[in-house]
Write a protein that binds this ligand. Sequence first.
Ligand SMILES: Cc1cc2nc3c(=O)[nH]c(=O)nc-3n(C[C@H](O)[C@H](O)[C@H](O)COP(=O)(O)OP(=O)(O)OC[C@H]3O[C@@H](n4cnc5c(N)ncnc54)[C@H](O)[C@@H]3O)c2cc1C
Length: 483
Amino acid sequence: MNGTAADSSAWRVAVVGGGISGLAAALRVGTACHSTGAALALDLLEAGDRLGGPVHTERIGEFLVETGPDMFVTDKPWAVELVEELGLGDELISTDPTHRRSLVLHRGRPQPVPPGFTLMSTSRVWPVVVSPVLSPWGKLRLAWERFVPARPVDDESLASFGRRRLGNEAFERLVQPLVGGIYTADPEKLSLRATLPRFLDMERRHGSLTRATAVQAAKSKQENAAESGARYGLFVSLRNGLGTLVDALESRVGEFADVRRSTSVAGVHAEDDGTYRLDFGVGTSRPYDAVVLAVPTHVASSLVANLDASLAEELGAIEYASSAVVCSGYPLSQSEHSLEAFGLVVPRVERRNVLAVSVASRKFPGRAPDGHALLRTFVGGALQPELLERSDDELLALVREELAGIFGVRGEPTFERVVRYPRAMPQYHVGHLDRVDRIEERVARHRGLALAGSGYRGVGLPDCVRSGQLAAERLLQSVPAPA
Ligand SMILES: Cc1cc2nc3c(=O)[nH]c(=O)nc-3n(C[C@H](O)[C@H](O)[C@H](O)COP(=O)(O)OP(=O)(O)OC[C@H]3O[C@@H](n4cnc5c(N)ncnc54)[C@H](O)[C@@H]3O)c2cc1C
C-alpha cells in the first residue's frame, strides 16, 4: 500500500523535522492512511543524524543520562496516550515521592522552597512563615495577596503579574527562578497567557491566587501538600529513559514512512497545480502533495520565505533562547549537601552562572549507581546568553565551581558531559498567542501545508505531540479518497 514519494499514484506527504512533533505527525498520517487504505508515500526528513531533537538518552558507565528532557506532565494526556499507543505503558514511571521537593538558592545557600508553594501560589501558610527564603516584609506582602484587587487582563508578563499579586520579593526569590527557569526566559517578556494561563484564570475566577488555591486544596484534600517547586506528582518518565519513546516512534513510523536522516530541507515552493516542491539545496528537489513543517519557527520562516513572505515574517519574529546542559555524575560522598531534592533553582538576584541544577538520580530510579548522584546543570537561557560563548572546557570548569560553591561538591566527577542547545527554546513573549493566531490564519490559505512544533502552543513534550497530531489531521482533510 505504501508507495515512495516518487510514486505519483500515492498521496505524497513530507514531514520536515524528526523531533517529537514531526514523529507524532508522521505516525498520525501513517496510521490514518493505513486504516482507510489510502495509498501513501510518506517521507520523514531530518537534518540531523538521529531523530528526537533534544530527547535523547545515553548510557554512560552505570548512569542513565537524559541529555535533554527527562520527564513530562500527565495532566495534558497526549504524551501518555502516545506511550500507551506504542505499547510502552508498562515502562511509565512516576517521580519518586521520597525526595519530591525543590531547593532555591538564597544568599548563596540551598534552602527548601516552602512546602506547598508551587510556581506562583501556596497551599500552606506555615512553611512560608518559617521559611528563611523571604524577609518578614516579603511574607506579609505575600499574605496580602488575597486582598490585592483583581485586574484581569488578556495577557501580561510573568514579572508584571508576579510582582502585582505576590510582591517584588516573592517574585524575585521564588517565582522568577521557578517559572522563568522552565522556559529559560526573561520574565519581563514571558507571556503568562501562553505559558501558565491557569494563574490568569485563578485571578479571574476567584479574585486571588490564595483563594483559588484554598478552593482547589479543599477539593483535592491536599494530596500533594508537601510538594514544592514544580507539581512533581504530575510528572512521569520511562524506565529506560525518554530515548525509548523516540526509538519506538522511529520503528513504528518506519512501517509507514521513508525515514531520511541527514537530509536538510532548504525551501518549500508552491507549484501551479497546488502541490509543493521541497528544495534540498544541492540542486535536488522533490514534489509533494502535502507538507508538515515540524521545525523551529526560525527554520520554518526561512523555508517558507518564497512561498509566503508575511508568514515568514511572523514565524521569524518568534525569538529563541539557547542553553547548555552539563551532566555530571559524582559519588554522594563527595557532596557536603545530601542532595535530597529533585533540584535547585537559582534566582537571578543571586547573580550566579547557573540557572538550575536537577538531581536526576533523586527523581527516578535507575539513573545512577548506588551511592552516586546524577546532576544536570542548566546554563545560559535568555538572561545569560554570553555564557554560551565559552568553550566546553570552560563550561565544565564553571559548573564544577558552582557545584562546589552551592552544594560543596568536590573532587573529580565520575563522568561529565556538555550538551548545547542553540536556539532550541522558543520564547513565548507577551502577545505570542495573537501571533500564533495570525500564523494559523496565513497557513490556512495554503492547502496541504501544516506547521507543528514547540514554537506555537506549548513547549512541553505533550504539547509537541498534540501539535504534530493536529498538523497531521489538518493534512488528512485533503487526503484523496482511496482509488
Ligand atoms: C534542554 C531541554 C530540556 C527540556 N526538558 C523538558 C522536559 O523535561 N519536559 C518537557 O516536557 N519538555 C522539555 N523540553 C522541551 C521539549 O523537549 C521540546 O519542546 C521538544 O522536544 C521540541 O520538539 P519539536 O519536535 O517541536 O522540535 P525539535 O525536537 O527541535 O525537532 C525539530 C527537528 O527539525 C530538524 N530540522 C531543523 N531544520 C531542519 C531542516 N532544514 N530540514 C530538516 N530537518 C530540520 C532538527 O534537527 C530537529 O530534529 C526541554 C527542552 C530542552 C532544549
